[in-house]
Design a protein around this ligand. Structure first.
Ligand SMILES: C[S@@+](CC[C@H](N)C(=O)[O-])C[C@H]1O[C@@H](n2cnc3c(N)ncnc32)[C@H](O)[C@@H]1O
Length: 260
């Protein structure tokens, strides 16, 4: 075994152990809940655009993109564009390292504000970005996404728009079938399920109505009935626990779904 393989094996063992460390997990949850009081995840930028993510998830997704090497990333929830610029920049680096030269990010948002659109379109990474304005669960948007996704061979999906159970469940039904074998559907903000209920929250999501409850319901439905993926094969998704065990601080616990 060469050094890199040996090192990776050692890391895998340590990652499993840290994932099973209940004291560390309790401390992590405590930290995440406390940091959320300060809107911690809103305070970062990627190449000049605000990105609403935890730095750990940014690193985790970078690893994922390198491993999967998608030629299309479908992303719901653009906001100020930071995550799209991030994804596009990693695709650019992958292309510079010999990967797909034409890889793209397709972002969907119900409300792409004019100032955000301008900043995104004038960004150097915009050459790898396409945007659709519309609700991610409308049939019109879905049809446009499906049409645009034709011909791509390795598709990865990120869901980060409206975080209610019904909305995410609908997104999973519409977009998970587009995920290619060996690639991922990443469902963000499943962390809402782990957080204490906030009685002052104006948001419609919370405990028992959030992306994680939608993930579980969707995975259950896949067990009960055969749903076909866009490539005609039966869709099978599994939660990749190794990623969250590695990151610990993540807004997507049980949200890294790999198509097997
Ligand atoms: C959490 S933000 C996205 C953050 C972004 N992914 C990032 O990391 O910087 C959620 C976004 O979802 C959008 N959104 C809300 N409901 C939506 C819907 N029905 N369809 C598509 N986008 C929606 C909002 O307009 C908002 O921009």
């Amino acid at each position: 075994m060469n050094d890199h393989k040996e090192f990776k094996k050692e890391c895998e063992k340590e990652i499993e152990e840290q994932g099973a460390d209940q004291e560390l997990n309790a401390l992590t949850n405590q930290w995440i809940n406390k940091a959320a009081e300060h809107k911690y995840s809103y305070h970062f930028e990627w190449l000049g655009r605000p990105i609403i993510q935890h730095p750990q998830d940014i690193i985790g997704v970078q690893q994922l993109l390198w491993n999967v090497q998608p030629d299309l990333i479908i992303e719901t929830g653009i906001a100020r564009g930071g995550s799209m610029i991030f994804h596009a920049s990693i695709l650019e680096l992958i292309a510079n390292c010999g990967g797909n030269k034409d890889a793209l990010v397709l972002g969907v948002d119900i409300d792409i504000r004019e100032h955000n659109r301008k900043e995104i379109e004038s960004h150097p990474m915009s050459k790898r970005i396409k945007m659709i304005q519309g609700s991610s669960i409308s049939s019109e948007t879905h049809q446009q996404v499906v049409a645009l996704s034709k011909g791509f061979k390795k598709i990865l999906v990120c869901l980060d728009s409206n975080h209610t159970h019904n909305h995410v469940l609908e997104e999973l039904k519409l977009y998970a079938p587009l995920v290619s074998k060996g690639s991922y559907c990443v469902v963000f903000d499943t962390i809402v399920d782990n957080m204490p209920e906030d009685p002052d929250s104006q948001r419609p999501w919370g405990k028992s109505n959030n992306p994680k409850t939608a993930v579980f319901e969707f995975l259950k439905s896949l067990d009960k009935q055969n749903i076909l993926a866009a490539d005609g094969e039966v869709l099978a998704l599994e939660i990749d626990k190794a990623i969250e065990n590695q990151l610990l601080i993540t807004v997507a616990p049980d949200g890294f779904l790999i198509r097997v």
